[in-house]
Design a protein around this ligand. Structure first.
Ligand code: DC
Length: 209
């Protein structure tokens, strides 16, 4: 079974994807990490994020080693990832590895922005996870506080809004629900309820096939 989870920053899609993968015993790929690791490679080499040539070689040169998660998950890298993710050549450089992951024989769970629309348009189940910007900013603030980062709520909300605009308005593979995606609004749901709702969507889709 191939499950595609998309949605904006801090919508809960990552946690839902991880939990679904564990529940069904499927491999999981958080595709945001690919863009974050590309951005980190550029920042580490002192390159500008919009240098297309460097960005493409950084994307092509990603190695497992590049996915050490702590720094990748920080606020700075999310912003930087959103900038490199708008470069069509970077997206093209990362497509094959995502599609290869999605075509594993046992199935997979992928989460990102364009899984249901571009990476795996034939996925068995597509869920678009969303929540209000305020709810997402609250969650991000809690998460960052838990990681020991300084928390400035208005700045986080501003980031979330900017990131939504950048991710939704880019020309290539913009953030949007696939026509056949089920929308899951987690604004008023805790993680248990959000996971239960996602599981119900998957179970229904499976029962319908
Ligand atoms: O899911 P995330 O916050 O880790 O993603 C970071 C950025 O990467 C996000 O703002 C846009 C980009 N991204 C993307 O364009 N396509 C994906 N499939 C995943 C992430």
């Amino acid at each position: 079974m191939l499950i595609a989870i998309d949605g904006p920053a801090a919508s809960g899609k990552g946690t839902i994807a991880r939990r679904l993968a564990a529940h069904f015993g499927l491999p999981h790929l958080d595709t945001g990490l690919l863009y974050r690791a590309t951005a980190r490679a550029l920042l580490d080499q002192g390159s500008k994020l919009d240098d297309v040539e460097n960005a493409v070689s950084a994307a092509r040169g990603l190695a497992l080693l590049d996915f050490e998660e702590d720094r990748l998950r920080g606020r700075e890298m999310g912003e930087a990832a959103s900038v490199v993710a708008a470069i069509p050549e970077v997206r093209a450089a990362l497509i094959d590895m995502q599609r290869a992951f999605a075509s594993r024989p046992q199935g997979a769970v992928l989460d990102g922005r364009d899984i249901g629309t571009v990476i795996a348009p034939k996925a068995d189940v597509k869920i678009f996870v969303t929540a209000s910007p305020e709810a997402r900013a609250q969650r991000r603030a809690l998460e960052l506080r838990g990681r020991g980062e300084k928390v400035d709520y208005p700045a986080i909300l501003d980031d979330i809004r900017k990131r939504d605009t950048r991710d939704s308005e880019r020309a290539d593979a913009p953030l949007r629900p696939a026509d056949d995606a089920k929308i899951l609004d987690t604004t008023d749901l805790n993680i248990e309820a959000a996971f239960a709702a996602a599981l119900e969507i998957v179970d229904r889709a499976e029962a319908a096939t």
